[in-house]
Write a protein that binds this ligand. Structure first.
Ligand code: GAL
Length: 642
């Protein structure tokens, strides 16, 4: 039975930035605007503990009371992303070090190394104090741990404490130094170690460090985030029954979100569509001028689908851009209607709540040019009326009836690290490869689930795409082989073992496919190899041999993809036309209907509704139906099944 839930709105609020006399009015206005949720507290450490062990909680008690009494539900953040200045006097070596070995200093946020045991103790201490105090407070209806792990490049630290923890991690994983030497292939370049204590972090080496060493360090760094988060979750659960989330970010991939998601009750993420346009959307520079006031039409949706998976179906947008931000290379204003569009788009993908960042623009410090729902003088900002009308629309809208899609795309955080360590061609990234598959599928009007590598039940899908998963363990392989779907395995999948060795049988290392990658090459930016039907190979190419059926080939007759039953291996990076041809054919075979959409128009289906999302500043007409510029059109679907 599919769970239905109400859509709701929220806002991020910082009572500590404003005189107490404003709070009650703020709370009343939030309610009037139709907001249900308010997130507070995630940067408040120096306000609640101005000096070590001296607490000033009165203001936070009062703020929670005021918001709660106004009928709002509070999400309380643990304040560990902003340790106060006195913390450094207690723990001078708590800062992370960058790749050059330089400290990442106090004066902004996220200035801590995940491996610093004493700081971890401090984070646990303040979490316990928050949880004890507010665990049973009726107004605290959800918790957020920390804030945006990994934002500002903060997962990896090359500090001495990180090195010590890494050595322990390696010793536990490999048990003997000989096992490590042999797994890493340390006979190469005389890199053998006699003892775990000799192992350094893989920075500042003369040329690149051993990829196996680098991958181990990336896995270790991700695990440190996991442990840090788990500690907070365990503490909060002792005192509170309210659900716990973390607010992830757009294209931050240095830790395994799926693993952290397992410890949490729901996922949330921070969506800044225009802020992301330049630096995070891969390889779409040509689209920037057109979407400078809208954001990329696929980037938000990609993360909605990704985090729906991370949250095992339950997720929010914790921070939604409400107007221009302050931190991107160019901080354009959204077109009128855009904030409403982004919000509806999130709901269409199954969000329970969309919460805006922030309530009021703050006249001081780093984010003074970041807009809010209200201006610094407390007048309504330009977006106010848009949220007001969205609130009304939501009251009339039916509940969400999420449905599982028939098409799945795998996303694997470890593969992002392996590609990063060994891209093979300048600038090639796993994220880009997966994103390009996603875009090509969405251009055909498909609704997609982004699945984790260890998804066990794959039988609900008819088509599963697995590009670039460099290490496919036995469990992944067997679930792909055994499921009923047609599985398309993409370039570089299965090309390494768990320690970054080329496996035997050779990649893709799937006997059932009967295909071998004989050789491979990366391509320069304008180097294209035409495919026999439509499209080209770009970026990266493999030469295949084997006894499977040839499924795609180049104009010159070289094999590009091979098929054995329901398994297909596509051993090269295809451009959008190549992917379109491939996907259209597969959908036809599976009787999944497709529709060719223009760049700026997208579809997302729920069980009861089809959402047409138009990012363009012109109207689009499809099948006689007009979707107005910058708008979302909801079309009722005939009910099917449960
Ligand atoms: C997010 C962050 C917020 C705020 C916001 C500004 O990354 O979580 O605290 O800084 O960006 O856009």
């Amino acid at each position: 039975m599919t769970v239905k839930h109400k859509r709701s709105l929220g806002v991020c609020y910082y009572p500590e930035h404003w005189p107490q006399k404003m709070w009650a009015k703020d709370a009343a206005r939030m309610k009037e605007l139709g907001l249900t949720w308010v997130r507070i507290g995630e940067f408040s450490w120096s306000q609640v503990e101005p000096r070590p062990n001296q607490f000033e909680f009165d203001w936070l008690d009062e703020a929670i009371q005021t918001l709660g009494m106004a009928g709002l539900k509070v999400v309380l953040g643990t304040p560990t992303a902003t340790p106060p200045r006195w913390m450094l006097d207690r723990h001078p070596d708590m800062l992370a070090l960058d790749q050059q070995g330089r400290p990442r200093k106090f004066g902004s946020r996220r200035h801590y190394c995940f491996s610093h045991t004493d700081f971890r103790g401090e984070a646990a201490r303040i979490t316990r104090i928050f949880a004890e105090r507010y665990g049973e407070n009726p107004y605290i209806c959800a918790w957020q741990t920390d804030n945006e792990y990994g934002c500002h490049d903060t997962v990896i630290s090359y500090s001495q404490v990180a090195r010590e923890a890494f050595i322990d991690w390696l010793a536990q994983r490999y048990q003997s130094i000989n096992a490590l030497n042999s797994s890493w292939g340390n006979d190469f370049w005389s890199m053998n170690y006699d003892d775990f204590t000799q192992i350094d972090l893989p920075n500042l080496t003369v040329t690149e460090a051993n990829p196996a060493h680098q991958l181990a360090f990336r896995r270790f760094s991700s695990d440190q985030v996991l442990l840090f988060n788990r500690k907070q979750v365990d503490i909060i659960r002792k005192y509170s029954k309210a659900p716990i989330t973390h607010n992830y970010m757009g294209r931050i991939t240095q830790f395994d979100h799926h693993k952290i998601g397992d410890d949490l009750d729901f996922a949330s993420w921070d969506s800044y569509p225009i802020g992301f346009l330049e630096d995070r959307v891969p390889n779409r520079e040509d689209m920037h001028p057109r979407f400078t006031h809208q954001g990329d039409p696929d980037f938000q949706a990609f993360h909605h689908d990704l985090y729906r998976g991370v949250g095992k179906g339950r997720w929010w947008v914790m921070e939604q851009q409400p107007g221009p931000v302050n931190w991107a290379p160019y901080n354009s204003a959204p077109l009128p209607g855009m904030v409403k569009l982004w919000s509806w788009e999130a709901f269409a993908h199954g969000a329970e709540t969309v919460s805006y960042f922030r309530w009021r623009q703050v006249p001081v410090a780093q984010e003074q040019l970041h807009s809010g729902l209200r201006r610094p003088d407390d007048k309504a900002s330009l977006v106010w009326s848009e949220i007001e009308s969205l609130g009304k629309e939501l009251l009339e809208a039916p509940n969400i009836a999420p449905c599982k899609s028939r098409v799945a795309l795998m996303f694997d955080y470890e593969s992002e690290w392996t590609w990063d360590i060994q891209p093979h061609g300048k600038g090639l990234s796993y994220f880009q490869l997966v994103f390009e598959y996603y875009v090509a599928l969405r251009k055909l009007g498909l609704s997609i689930d982004i699945i984790r590598p260890d998804t066990i039940d794959l039988n609900q899908y008819q088509l599963i795409f697995v590009p670039g998963v460099m290490h496919m363990n036995d469990a992944i392989k067997s679930s792909l082989i055994e499921c009923d779907a047609t599985v398309v395995i993409g370039p570089r999948s299965g090309s390494r073992d768990k320690d970054f060795k080329i496996p035997e049988p050779l990649p893709p290392s799937l006997e059932q496919l009967d295909t071998v990658v004989e050789a491979l090459e990366s391509l320069r930016p304008n180097d294209k190899i035409a495919l026999q039907n439509n499209g080209n190979i770009v970026n990266y190419r493999e030469f295949l041999s084997g006894n499977g059926d040839v499924f795609l080939s180049t104009k010159q007759g070289q094999t590009v993809a091979m098929r054995k039953g329901s398994l297909i291996y596509v051993g090269s990076w295809l451009d959008q036309s190549g992917l379109k041809y491939l996907f259209q054919n597969l959908c036809m075979e599976q009787e999944i209907s497709t529709i060719e959409l223009p760049d700026a128009l997208r579809i997302r289906d729920t069980r009861t509704e089809r959402f047409w999302i138009n990012y363009d500043n012109i109207d689009h007409t499809v099948d006689g139906m007009t979707i107005k510029a910058i708008s979302v059109l909801r079309q009722e679907l005939p009910m099917s099944g449960t």
